[in-house]
Design a protein around this ligand. Structure first.
Ligand SMILES: *Cc1c(COP(=O)(O)O)cnc(C)c1O
Length: 421
């Protein structure tokens, strides 16, 4: 099946007389006829549901669709994108381990690795994702267990050279984890370029309507944990599961099975069936929306680039972008909907533009059907001084625009009148 068909048709396959649309199994628990059968479920000997913290039929169908969209062997949904990043890392890192992460990642990921996981003994080195192979190679340590980056970074919009990062990670026998939230599998499938694990905040484009928080981890099934020898959690007995060895029992699905039966069991950041249902509705139109977001954003970025009231524009799809070659390779069908730009007149002018917008709303969120805008310096980053803002690449004049799927002419006219104001 082509990816558009997968968006619409995969995951839920009703049998004769069953509901055509994926039902919401709003049940925490599942009924069995014998203790013996349920015992087999707990021993991971039989397939089936026993408690919605671990698995649920509605959630399971959506997981199957997402696994197919990304080209993985399995997926596990989580209650948020943050939980997906956390569990993806925790599944292979313990106290005393180290991770290499692109410095151009989502703020929540940065804090998770820089502050919270450090308190649990997992160390991190942030690297410039645009650095060359040899420079990046220097960041590896004896205890490095994973490399992490974002296909299109939120909000810096760097495009990750996935093959370069995969090659580096694999040279050190560790996996590459790619957060594919902004690209979605419609614009880029990181596994095709060597990524081993893919994560998402489904709260963004996948849901697409800003109605449900969620996250997902997809396992490519391609990383050879046993051959690497660096991941005893996957290759030696898990005493909390009667000594199961995940790589021996589950083969290519070892990573994603462990994430579920060990970490989801113990940490419990499960998605709700209702949210899985809403996410599935979003996924059914993901292919149409990502094209519309990308087409509109390119038109808006070109308008801004040619406007004398604008001092600079950052959008990977522009011909002037430093990521032009990487875009051609990894994002040939569009570069998603987020743009950042600066207005002449700095902080006050930027705030006046935002306050004057009529269609685009001021919200902290990005990546849903409605165009929205944010001035980080006066909102999300308002505790920072002008110098701190400059250090993290967020000028006082910066506006982040999430271009929706309205008519591009209307979005441009709205920006034009706001810039005039
Ligand atoms: C929003 C976001 C997250 C965190 O996801 P939540 O669903 O908000 O928890 C992680 N990564 C990226 C790239 C994001 O944009």
């Amino acid at each position: 099946m082509k990816i558009e068909t997968t968006c619409v048709q995969e995951g839920y396959h009703p049998k004769n007389g069953e509901p055509r649309v994926l039902p919401i199994y709003q049940s925490t628990t599942f009924k069995y006829d014998t203790c013996d059968y349920m015992g087999k479920l707990f021993d991971l000997e039989a397939d089936g549901y026993f408690y919605t913290r671990l698995a649920n039929p509605t959630v399971g169908c959506v997981e199957e669709k997402i696994a197919k969209l990304e080209g993985g062997v399995g997926a596990m949904m989580t209650s948020s994108g943050q939980a997906a990043s956390l569990l993806a890392v925790m599944n292979i890192c313990s106290a005393g381990d180290h991770i290499i992460c692109s410095a151009a990642v989502y703020g929540g990921t940065f804090n998770l690795l820089d502050v919270t996981l450090k308190r649990f003994g997992i160390d991190v080195t942030f690297v410039n994702p645009d650095a060359d192979y040899d420079e990046l190679d220097q960041a590896f340590q004896e205890n490095t267990k994973a490399v992490f980056g974002e296909t299109i970074a939120n909000p810096a919009l760097n495009v990750l050279d996935i093959e370069k990062f995969a090659k580096l990670a694999h040279a050190h026998q560790v996996p590459l984890i790619v957060d594919n939230t902004f690209a979605t599998p419609i614009l880029c499938r990181p596994i095709d370029f060597g990524a081993d694990i893919v994560t998402h905040s489904t709260s963004k484009y996948m849901d697409g309507h800003a109605v449900s928080l969620g996250g997902v981890i997809v396992d490519s099934g391609k990383f050879d944990w046993a051959k690497s020898g660096k991941f005893p959690g996957l290759t030696t007995a898990d005493e909390s599961y009667h000594g199961v060895v995940y790589t021996e029992k589950f083969g290519a699905s070892a990573f994603i099975v462990k994430a579920r039966v060990q970490l989801m069991r113990d940490l419990g950041s499960s998605p709700s069936p209702q949210n899985a249902f809403l996410l599935n509705l979003g996924l059914e139109t993901l292919h149409l929306r990502m094209r519309a977001h990308s087409d509109n954003a390119l038109k808006v970025a070109q308008f801004l680039e040619n406007d004398s009231r604008v001092s600079w524009v950052n959008y990977p799809g522009l011909a002037s972008s430093p990521y032009k070659d990487l875009v051609q390779k990894y994002l040939p069908n569009g570069t998603s909907g987020v743009i950042s730009f600066g207005v002449k007149g700095g902080r006050d002018a930027a705030m006046r533009v935002l306050d004057s917008l009529k269609i685009a709303a001021i919200v902290t969120h990005v990546a849903d059907a409605r165009t929205c805008a944010l001035h980080p310096a006066s909102t999300t980053h308002r505790q920072m001084t002008a110098q701190q803002l400059a250090e993290c690449g967020i000028g006082e004049d910066l506006i982040r625009l999430s271009v929706g799927i309205e008519n591009a002419d209307d979005i441009i006219a709205d920006l034009d009148q706001a810039l005039h104001a």
